[in-house]
Design a protein around this ligand. Sequence first.
Ligand SMILES: [Zn+2]
Length: 104
Amino acid sequence: MTTIKATCPTCGEVDLTAEDIELRISSTEAGSEYGFECPMCVSLVWKPADARIIQLLISGGVKASVRDEELRRSDAPAFTYDDLLDFHFALESGSILENFLNPA
Ligand SMILES: [Zn+2]
C-alpha cells in the first residue's frame, strides 16, 4: 500500500495511507482541501490542496469528493438513474464510442 507523507502542524511529518486522507475538490482551485486525522496526536488537520497535490493524492489512491457546498450551489440538474440508463444505451449502440475514436 502506498504511504503518503503529510505534515501535522504539531507532530511534523507523519505517514498515512490513502484511506486516512479525505480530499475535497472545489470548482475553484483555491477552495480544494485535504484532511486527515493525525496518527500521533489524533487532531484533525485540514490543508489547502493545489492542482499538484490533488494529482499526487489521487494517484496515491485517495478518493476525492466534491465539496458539499459546491453540490448545493450547482444549478445543474442532478444526475439521475434515467440519465445512467440513457448513457448505457448510448454506449451499447456503439455509435458514441465509434464517433469518439474515429472523428469524421
Ligand atoms: Zn499530530
